[in-house]
Design a protein around this ligand. Structure first.
Ligand code: CA
Length: 226
């Protein structure tokens, strides 16, 4: 389970990192909003703890951009004690929960566990590319009315690609998303999944391109592409 902490107060960030690390999570830290935005863009997190008052890019803006990209990463927002409008804005923008500073670490850990569990139970998000639709909660892919015969791991790979449609996804990012199933999944395994997915997606209007030396990119096939 990977958690991103976006917090510019070093003492608080250290305390959170230590507590969550002890609780068995893999923790990354961002100290400003721009960095948080990039990290949320480049890696798949099971949860992000997001301070609203961040330098360079406000926490609410980080959240707004994340949801605009279609990401359902659970977000726990941290706000100052009296900033009620921040809380309301955060929830309006798609935060899943909030805590006001100062907070109790034990309570924060309990909220983190609950949010991650809820996130894993799945959101009802349908990702689309061409006539391909991926239901992320039912873990099923359809092409029009036809349900595609795709394995759970292939769905995992497809989900990562669909979440970052039009962008290059490297093998490490795919492995990270699958690591809950496969410890030490090899490069070859990813190539096999991609190969199978390509065959199964042939009629879907979605195409997986290999970007040599970088990774893969999912895009909608243009009817008149040359
Ligand atoms: Ca702050």
């Amino acid at each position: 389970m990977r958690i991103l902490i976006a917090e510019d107060d070093p003492a608080l960030a250290d305390g959170l990192t230590h507590a969550l690390d002890q609780a068995g999570y893999a923790v990354d830290c961002a100290t400003n909003g721009e960095q948080a935005n990039l990290m949320l863009h480049d890696a798949v997190y099971d949860l992000a703890i997001l301070d609203i008052g961040l330098p360079r890019l406000d926490g609410t803006e980080v959240l707004r951009r994340l949801r605009q990209r279609g990401s359902k990463t659970p977000i726990l927002v941290l706000t100052a004690r009296d900033a009620i409008e921040d809380r309301v804005l955060g929830l309006d923008l798609g935060a899943d929960d909030y805590m006001t500073k100062p907070f109790n670490l034990v309570e924060l850990e309990a909220r983190v566990r609950a949010l991650i569990r809820r996130g894993q139970l799945g959101s009802n998000m349908a990702l689309m590319c061409g006539s391909l639709a991926l239901d992320t909660s039912a873990r099923r892919a359809r092409c029009g009315e036809l349900t595609l015969d795709i394995s759970a791991r292939e769905i995992g790979v497809l989900e990562v690609l669909m979440l970052r449609q039009g962008k290059v996804v490297n093998k490490e990012q795919i492995m990270e998303a699958l690591c809950t199933w496969d410890e030490g999944l090899g490069n070859n395994a990813i190539e096999v999944y991609i190969h199978r997915l390509r065959k199964k997606l042939e009629m879907s209007g979605a195409r997986i391109r290999t970007i040599r030396g970088l990774g893969y990119l999912l895009e909608e096939e243009k009817a008149n592409a040359t």
